[in-house]
Design a protein around this ligand. Structure first.
Ligand SMILES: Cc1cc2nc3c(=O)[nH]c(=O)nc-3n(C[C@H](O)[C@H](O)[C@H](O)COP(=O)(O)OP(=O)(O)OC[C@H]3O[C@@H](n4cnc5c(N)ncnc54)[C@H](O)[C@@H]3O)c2cc1C
Length: 240
């Protein structure tokens, strides 16, 4: 079996995105440049208090950078070791990982694209969208929709950032939808799959990227297939 190099990164900053979710910025140590494609993930290693070494996958939540910096968007999973361990790390703590891995990456030729996420499934899309929109030659003025499902308004991670991108780029549409929105919420309500049909309409010449928990990924993929989409136009990343 192939042996992958283990890298070490250090936590630069860790800040809460909501009660159980953390945005963590890290810096890879000892390498001049750390390359990856937007959408890829890293395999993080840690040792449990019982002495067991475990690995878990985490999507990179930032675009490629020249300085070896990258970010994670992490959700604390109840009774899970790794997610709680990473969310509790102090600044300066070391994190061992291998990678990058994964083929959940933007596939050429670029088409109008819908990105569908719930929860921390937003992570690879934060990487892809920042990368794409930073350069006209990359985004080619294609249309992009980010359909992001959350429970409440305070669970819309990176809200100001995506609103800023949407204000700056007429071809980017940020569509958060809340399953438990308060009475004063003026945006979309319900689950992501309840809005997918109205966004894509009769079109099946687009690409779709779906990321999050299995149930949501399946529901959206099946819906797109029932609308006549070819399965090769739909790419999925499941977290569970
Ligand atoms: C390719 C890939 C990328 C991923 N990227 C991210 C990411 O960017 N951010 C992130 O927070 N997680 C991500 N995950 C999930 C992550 O790898 C772990 O599964 C998660 O952090 C739980 O690990 P744990 O050791 O804390 O708990 P474990 O003891 O491994 O899991 C406890 C239970 O929680 C379930 N579970 C796993 N993930 C979730 C979840 N996100 N929400 C609810 N239940 C879950 C598991 O099926 C298991 O039953 C990704 C998974 C994959 C496969």
């Amino acid at each position: 079996m192939a042996q992958f190099k283990t890298f070490e990164a250090r936590v630069l900053r860790s800040s809460p995105l909501s009660e159980f979710t953390q945005h963590i910025e890290l810096e890879v140590s000892g390498v001049p440049r750390f390359g990856f494609a937007p959408g890829q993930w890293l395999s993080v290693k840690a040792t449990t208090p019982e002495g067991e070494e475990i690995t878990r996958a985490y999507s990179i939540a930032s675009p490629p950078s020249e300085n070896g910096h990258f970010a994670f968007c992490l959700n604390r999973v109840q009774d899970g070791f790794m997610s709680n361990y990473l969310c509790s790390l102090a600044e300066g703590s070391p994190v061992a990982f291998q990678g990058p891995f994964g083929d959940f990456i933007l596939r050429p030729p670029l088409r109008d694209t819908i990105f569908i996420a719930t929860g921390t499934g937003i992570a690879p899309f934060r990487s892809m969208l920042h990368w794409l929109l930073a350069d006209r030659e990359r985004h080619q003025e294609r249309q992009f929709w980010l359909l992001f499902g959350a429970r409440r308004e305070q669970d819309i991670y990176y809200r100001e950032e995506f609103q800023g991108l949407a204000a700056e780029h007429r071809n980017f549409h940020f569509l958060p939808t809340l399953s438990r929105g308060a009475a004063e919420w003026n945006g979309l309500r319900g689950y992501v799959q309840q809005h997918l049909g109205e966004i894509v309409g009769m079109r099946s010449d687009m690409h779709a990227y779906i990321c999050g928990l299995d149930k949501m990924v399946k529901a959206n993929r099946e819906l797109l297939k029932s609308l006549g989409w070819d399965r090769t136009s739909i790419r999925c990343e499941k977290y569970d």
